[in-house]
Design a protein around this ligand. Structure first.
Ligand SMILES: O=P(O)(O)OC[C@H]1O[C@](O)(COP(=O)(O)O)[C@@H](O)[C@@H]1O
Ligand SMILES: [Mg+2]
Ligand SMILES: [Mg+2]
Length: 340
């Protein structure tokens, strides 16, 4: 096994890339640095989850009506603490909290950014040692610095994101993010406790041969989606079909695999979830920003996710993302069969 000698750590990379943003004063760099700190704390707990009291239910329900897992609350708490400590963030929106968390200490009140997050993604996989993650999205506030942050600071469409990313706690732990200048991936080297650049300038293939969807909901899918699944399963040598079905049940892990290998992830509207299951602010917007920056596509079946104007913190949208040609093909089926 050859180790890379000239590793570039996340912090070195962030500072080096600051020049991409004229006028940058290091505020976003410090915020991203603290995201790195919080993800290492969560990673440490995930890595020895069976040995520490972090598995199982926490006992409360979140605003989504879901039973919170202990690790949901652990990750939520440690990210909020790190963001408060960095002084660059004036408020946080989280899947685990109904309302925004406002930092009203003098330093944070002058913070330039707001942070929306899914502190622990793939909660149904926590107790069974399957890859899980954290997803985040960063916006510049619109309210004046020094004032108390408001919900309006968050309800901006996804094109306004200044940075977005995810951490995947898998066979290795990676942090993948963008500031609108391409997508880069960093792998945590436990021996030095640093995220090191391992996947520079990630580009997703224009097409792939993997489709990811929970077919257990098949009967409730829009007919366009049902037809697309059949299309994926038909034999056609020229277009490399049938495709392979892969579904982990953690958005971060399913998306990450398809990002690197090519593929499509679909969580459509169903009868049970007429607006889909995944949340616009802290799941779909950040993943869509990454997908597009890597040359892929992300829509709700009709509209570009990043142009959807949010109206509430926890709203859900249908989600189709991945290789451009595959998302376009799905939209064709939806337009034809569902007249959307
Ligand atoms: O079990 P289902 O209905 O297929 O849903 C799986 C989806 O739900 C999620 O677990 C929702 O995210 P959370 O775990 O953060 O609530 C996604 O990660 C995943 O893609
Ligand atoms: Mg999630
Ligand atoms: Mg979650």
């Amino acid at each position: 096994m050859t180790e890379h000698n000239n590793v570039q750590t996340l912090n070195q990379f962030i500072i080096q890339r600051q020049s991409d943003h004229p006028g940058a004063k290091g505020e976003l760099s410090r915020l991203l640095h603290h995201v790195g700190i919080a993800s290492k704390i969560v990673n440490r707990a995930v890595n020895k989850a069976g040995l520490v009291d972090i598995l199982g239910e926490h006992g409360d329900r979140n605003v989504q009506g879901e039973d919170q897992q202990k690790l949901d609350v652990f990750a939520d708490t440690h990210f909020i603490d790190a963001l408060k400590a960095c002084g660059e963030c004036c408020a946080v929106a989280s899947e685990e909290n109904e309302d925004i968390i406002i930092f009203d200490d003098e330093l944070s009140k002058h913070g330039k950014y707001v942070f929306a997050m899914d502190p622990l993604d793939g909660s149904s996989n926590i107790d069974v040692n399957v890859s899980i993650g954290t997803i985040f999205s960063i916006y510049e506030r619109i309210s004046p610095r020094g004032e108390i942050a408001k919900i309006e600071d968050f309800l901006q469409d996804g094109t306004k994101q200044v940075a977005a990313g995810y951490i995947i706690y898998g066979s290795s732990t990676m942090l993948v993010y963008t500031t609108g200048k391409g997508v880069n991936g960093f792998t945590l080297d436990p021996s030095i406790g640093e995220f090191c650049l391992s996947h520079p300038n990630i580009k997703t293939p224009k097409t792939g041969s993997i489709y990811s969807i929970n077919e257990g909901n098949y009967i409730n899918f829009p007919s366009g989606v049902k037809k697309y699944i059949k299309y994926c399963q038909e034999f056609d040598k020229k277009s490399n079909r049938p495709y392979t079905s892969r579904y982990i049940g953690s958005l971060v892990a399913d998306f990450h695999r398809n990002l690197l290998n090519g593929g499509i992830f679909i969580y459509p509207q169903t009868r049970k979830n007429p607006n889909g299951k995944l949340r616009l602010m802290y799941e779909c917007n950040p993943i869509a920003f990454i997908a597009e920056q890597a040359g892929g596509k992300a829509t709700d079946g009709n509209q570009r996710i990043l142009t959807i104007q949010p109206t509430s913190l926890h709203e859900r949208v249908p989600f189709y993302t991945g290789s451009t040609n595959m998302v376009k093909k799905t939209e064709e089926f939806l337009h034809f069969f569902n007249n959307i």
